[in-house]
Design a protein around this ligand. Structure first.
Ligand code: GLY
Length: 349
């Protein structure tokens, strides 16, 4: 078992535990000094959530379970309000805990609920996808979607995040592939050993090693800039175009980020002389991630969505680009660069 710690100043604010067979550790942490727990899950994690609820009841806790809609459908204010009312009915206090069991969308909304109900009670996450483990669950970003993705949220760290490698090893390959996009992104911006691990093919990757390396990178970046005033923005490599693709098409977050990285790689080559764009595309493609936007995407729609990007400022659009692998920069991009990025993913500009 390995523990990664997020700090504010010299105070530890969140612990990320990576290991195997973590059920007892999870129940012990949730029950510690508390009487009530709300266990939130998604349809695919009901079985795991029920096992935690049973463990918590067996040590005397009053447990309320609730299954949220699947994926991004959970990240709606109407869903949040339903959970608030449930917590009201059960008279939750600030001493109680909300345990989110699921992927990145589920932990995003769990964190939002816990951060805002009664102005904040403890959250714990059990991360059941690779994407959640290497990115979404780490670093205290909570969110719901309002027109654009993640446009309402607060920074609030869960008390603990548990990543059980046995759960990740058992994932179907398509979910591993989606998570691989965020892991590889972390590799491109900070540690190429993570990206290179995927040369072995998606079924042969040592997930424990990849997750520990990716969490270590993310924790270091977040400890440096937790509220994204500067350096943390590098974690959004591939996300400017990626978020727009995700809103405009039925593709998953990981698939959208893969396409977004191809676009950002081409923009990096054109603006900064980055020489790794072909390598990026080949690696992403080799594990089954998409590298083009698809015929139904309109560049005008993507442009409108990109204009809502959170990294925009008064001078216009800013993107995370690479000077070299492991050397990201956040730069303002002009229209010609956006056209180059769109060309690379097969879009007419
Ligand atoms: N997913 C990017 C971040 O946590 O900052």
């Amino acid at each position: 078992m390995r523990s990664h710690v997020i700090t504010e100043g010299s105070t530890a604010v969140s612990e990320i535990v990576v290991g195997r067979s973590l059920a007892a550790a999870i129940s012990d942490a949730a029950a510690q000094g508390r009487t009530k727990a709300a266990v939130l899950c998604q349809p695919s994690t009901v079985h795991l959530a029920e096992a935690f609820a049973t463990d918590l009841r067996s040590v005397g806790m009053d447990v309320t379970g609730y299954t949220l809609p699947d994926g991004e459908e959970a990240k709606q204010l109407s869903v949040v309000e339903t959970v608030y009312r449930m917590l009201n009915e059960r008279s939750f206090t600030r001493n109680d805990v909300v345990l989110g069991v699921g992927g990145g969308a589920l932990t995003d909304v769990t964190g939002f609920i816990a951060a805002t109900y009664l102005r904040g009670l403890s959250a714990m996450y059990v991360t059941t996808t690779l994407l959640g483990a290497v990115d979404a669950a780490i670093g205290g970003k909570t969110a719901v979607n309002v027109d654009g993705k993640n446009l309402a949220g607060v920074f609030s760290h869960p008390e603990k995040v548990f990543i059980d490698i046995d759960v990740l090893d058992a994932l179907p390959n398509d979910l591993k592939v989606q998570g691989a996009a965020e892991a590889i992104k972390t590799g491109f911006i900070a540690d190429m050993e993570i990206a290179n691990a995927f040369d072995a093919g998606i079924s042969n990757v040592d997930l424990e090693s990849v997750v520990n390396k990716a969490v270590a990178v993310k924790v270091a970046v977040v400890n440096d800039d937790s509220k994204e005033h500067g350096r943390r923005a590098i974690l959004n490599y591939g996300h400017t175009v990626g978020h727009a693709i995700e809103v405009a098409t039925p593709c998953s977050h990981g698939e959208a980020v893969s396409i977004g990285m191809v676009a950002a790689g081409a923009a990096s080559a054109s603006l900064l002389g980055f020489g790794g764009a072909d390598h990026q595309r080949a690696l992403l493609s080799s594990i089954g991630l998409p590298v083009a936007a698809g015929v139904n995407v309109k560049s005008s729609q993507l442009r409108a969505l990109i204009a809502m990007d959170k990294k925009r400022d008064s001078s216009g659009l800013r993107m995370v680009l690479l000077e070299r692998f492991e050397s990201p920069v956040v730069v303002s991009v002009d229209d010609a660069t956006v056209r180059t990025a769109f060309d690379a993913i097969g879009l007419d500009s």
